[in-house]
Design a protein around this ligand. Structure first.
Ligand code: BTN
Length: 351
């Protein structure tokens, strides 16, 4: 099994869909964040200076900010390390690696979830991983758009086949949330919480979200596409449409650099074994841990249902992972779906 210091041979299930070779080379050259003259870049790539300029314009369309200064050349607004299949797989635990059938990395895609749902409709594949540097139609819950600028964040989807039926997948999103918190803790990121059913939070701000889409029979088997969006670096010029408080790992960690390849591998090392175990262990094994990450417990909230909005206080989750809410009328109600938001002016905890 190769490790980080060995030369990594490419397993047959790896596929990377990249820019053209020249675009990729250009991005790698500029990735250091230093200035490079147009002449120098053109010489290295054996292309004209105007071809360099055209490539740089195509980067701008993906939200990659390029600074051009007379006499100095071009520089990215911040250094970029692209996702790399080898850098990820060299950090995967051996059991995780064996459970992965295919890992694909795209420079751009409409949505990693949509891509894998199309696969799920055509085959019974399991263990198919898809990452993208940029999503043009990233999907959030409740039909929202997931803002997905280039090469700053994690957009990860996993296609998994369960012998269980759809009806048995109820607790899956909670279990996935547990795996994500475990991974972040392993990387030294503490204070991460979960907001029912599956938002990743840090100090009352959204750090990430999980979108699970399913296809199959109610009695089984079925397939699920588990999509995770995790904010690593969200440029301010891309965040205008985000309608809730958000945070990214760069703000949490300050100067400490974040290696997205390491982050992805750590996420997979937690997610894949938990998906494998889910069919046998199911939700009860993870309930207590989920509760320990619950960042909404005893908080005053507004609860949004398709046709109704309630005010209440969160009382955790029951044995089936359903939300418990004390309503304004004082009754405890149970919900299988819906969305929580903090009640305005009431971030305080109510015992
Ligand atoms: C949410 O609304 O909180 C869920 C967001 C899920 C976003 C991720 S990014 C990777 C995957 N592909 C998508 O189109 N959506 C999910």
């Amino acid at each position: 099994m190769p490790n980080a210091t060995n030369t990594v041979t490419t397993p047959p299930w790896l596929a990377e869909m990249m820019f053209t070779d020249n675009q990729k080379k250009l991005l790698q050259l500029l990735g250091d964040g230093h200035f490079h003259s147009g002449t120098h870049l053109a010489q290295i790539l054996h292309i004209s200076r105007s071809a360099v300029w055209k490539h740089l314009q195509s980067f701008a369309e993906l939200g990659i900010e390029v600074h051009a200064i007379n006499g100095k050349g071009y520089r990215l607004s911040r250094p970029i390390t692209l996702l790399s299949a080898n850098a990820i797989t060299s950090r995967l635990d051996s059991p995780t690696k064996h459970l992965i059938a295919k890992l694909e990395i795209f420079d751009q895609l409409d949505s990693t979830n949509t891509y894998l749902m199309n696969h799920a409709r055509k085959s019974n594949a399991s263990g198919h991983i898809c990452l993208a540097e940029y999503q043009s139609s990233g999907k959030g819950r409740r039909g929202r758009t997931w803002v997905s600028p280039f090469a700053g964040n994690i957009y990860l989807s996993i296609l998994w086949r369960f012998q269980l039926g759809l009806s048995a997948l109820g607790g899956l999103s909670l279990v996935v949330g547990v795996a994500v918190v475990r991974a972040l803790k392993k990387l030294g990121i503490s204070g991460v919480g979960l907001k029912w059913p599956n938002d990743i939070y840090w100090q009352d701000k959204k750090l990430g979200g999980i979108l699970i889409e399913v296809i199959g029979e109610s009695e089984g088997p079925c397939s699920a596409v588990i999509g995770l969006g995790l904010n690593v670096y969200l440029p301010l010029n891309t965040t205008a449409s985000i309608q809730q408080p958000w945070i990214d790992l760069e703000q949490i960690l300050g100067e400490i650099p974040i290696d997205r390849n390491q982050l992805t591998a750590t996420l997979l090392n937690e997610l894949i074994p938990i998906l494998e175990l889910f069919s046998t262990e199911n939700l009860p094994s993870y309930l207590e841990e989920w509760r320990s990450y619950d960042c909404m417990l005893n908080k005053a909230v507004t609860f949004h249902l398709p046709k109704q909005t309630l005010k209440g206080v969160v009382k955790g989750i029951n044995q089936d992972g359903l939300l418990l809410l004390t309503t304004e009328q004082g009754e405890i109600r149970t919900f299988a779906s819906g969305e929580l938001s903090f009640s305005p002016f009431s971030h305080e905890t109510i015992a």
